[in-house]
Design a protein around this ligand. Structure first.
Ligand code: ZN
Length: 115
């Protein structure tokens, strides 16, 4: 993972340098593209880290899911709310994490993939 980090950081640096080389009239566009690419890389790195075995405690643990309120599987309202402090690793979920959710509408509670 450390090796991957080093390589990805080198790529990110390259992207930033490339954006700086753009002609003045393309500077803004290049900057935005560089930012988007860097974000994409960051999430790829996070995903790669999540897919590693649970024994690897070095991979960073997110503070919470990106979407704290999702659609409830029972009442289908967008009131299925992430319960703070319940985020945990899960080998079954694509994101590598799951969290406990509580529906403010119907009261349904369940573990759900943390997206
Ligand atoms: Zn519900």
């Amino acid at each position: 993972m450390a090796d991957l980090d080093t390589r990805m950081n080198a790529v990110k640096e390259g992207i930033a340098r490339l954006a700086a080389l753009a002609a003045p009239e393309h500077q803004r566009e290049a900057g935005e593209l560089a930012e988007a690419m860097t974000r994409e890389l960051d999430s790829a790195i996070a995903e790669a880290g999540a897919k590693e075995t649970v024994h690897d405690t070095a991979s960073p643990m997110p503070r919470g899911p990106r979407h704290e309120e999702i659609r409830c599987p029972v009442c289908s309202l967008r009131s299925f709310r992430f319960q703070k402090g319940t985020l945990r690793r899960s080998e079954d979920s694509n994101s590598g994490f799951e969290a406990f959710f509580h529906c403010l509408s119907c009261g349904h509670e369940a573990w759900h993939e943390a997206l």
